[in-house]
Design a protein around this ligand. Structure first.
Ligand code: SF4
Length: 308
């Protein structure tokens, strides 16, 4: 896979794109602008498999199938994970273990951190925790007027004048009102922009105003994983979220890609191309990125003044 030297502005943004840009502009530039070959993580692949299987099982449950029938009808973690790993291998992507190097295998890591065998062990356990959590909480899946359940519900809206696309993992109704939930298979997130973006997607595409946003993770809880504290979705003004997306696109169009060097750089999948950590392939890319505005086809950065 070859990287591209000219950077095209994205046709639409997502929460993860804005989040990457806010965390480290240079990483956004390398991953999504120059599209340099990136490694991936066993955790990322496993997380996607768990998402797919929980979605399938939740849909089957709504159709009236019990837990045993669901497992019989849907794919298992092992088959999905092995297939996804072989696809990554075909694409020539390196897959890395994350987590801690420990003497004994635990939920934090193991002798080879969270590698393939770690996920083959814990993946099915995490799936079971999701099913247990659902049963314990007993929340009803939110169903739209046309009968569509809020399971991986797609929305497409404009925020700050930019088109945004996203998928709401789950919407539930309960005593506290409507809750939008995002499943995480890694650490519990600290920010809530993702949940507020879901809220705006739900409001603008489906006319439903949610009350709370929450994250669920399989680790750190008793039996059924752990639920984050509720984020009051009405506490944030929509304008702030709009501006977050608009600012990100303004920065991209202006060619502003500041690196943010932290301890997290050790695990950055594009660090070989990052000049800020003296990546060994950084010189393959221009020092000043040329950004093309996708809509006009014109160069948006560097500015005309800077190009003279
Ligand atoms: S190595 Fe650090 S500074 Fe460089 S792109 Fe990655 S996260 Fe950003």
């Amino acid at each position: 896979m070859r990287h591209v030297t000219e950077v095209m502005t994205p046709s639409r943004l997502s929460w993860s794109s804005v989040s990457t840009y806010a965390e480290c502009g240079q990483r956004w530039l390398l991953e999504r602008g120059h599209k340099v070959p990136t490694a991936t993580w066993f955790a990322t692949i496993a997380g996607s498999v768990i998402h797919n299987i929980t979605e399938e099982r939740d849909r089957l449950q709504l159709m009236g199938f019990g837990p045993e029938e669901q497992i019989e009808f849907s794919s298992t973690f092992e088959t999905g994970f092995v297939k996804a790993l072989s696809e990554a291998a075909e694409e020539g992507r390196e897959v890395k273990p994350s987590g801690r190097k420990l003497k004994e295998v635990s939920e934090s890591g193991g002798p080879d951190k969270k590698d393939e065998s770690w996920w083959l062990h814990f993946g099915p356990i995490f799936l079971d925790r999701w099913m247990t959590w659902k049963q314990e909480f007993g929340w009803e899946v939110l169903v739209l007027n046309d009968g569509t359940p809020c399971i991986e519900l797609k929305f497409e809206i404009e925020l700050g004048g930019e088109p945004i696309v996203g998928f709401i993992d789950r919407g539930y109704t309960g005593v506290a009102g409507i809750t939008l939930l995002d499943l995480k298979t890694g650490t519990m997130p600290t920010g809530s922009l993702q949940l507020k973006t879901y809220d705006l997607g739900m409001k603008r595409n489906y006319g439903i105003s949610a009350d709370w946003g929450m994250f669920w993770t399989p680790g750190g809880g008793e039996g059924g994983g752990k639920l984050s504290q509720g984020v009051d979705l009405k506490a944030w003004s929509d304008d702030r979220v709009e501006e977050m997306y608009a600012s990100a696109m303004r920065g991209i169009k202006a060619g502003v890609f500041l690196p943010h060097v932290t301890a997290m750089c050790r695990g950055c999948t594009v660090r070989d191309f990052c000049w800020a950590v003296a990546g060994e392939r950084a010189e393959e890319l221009p020092a000043i990125p040329v950004v093309i505005d996708r809509a006009s086809g014109e160069i948006s950065a560097p500015s005309a003044d800077a190009q003279v």
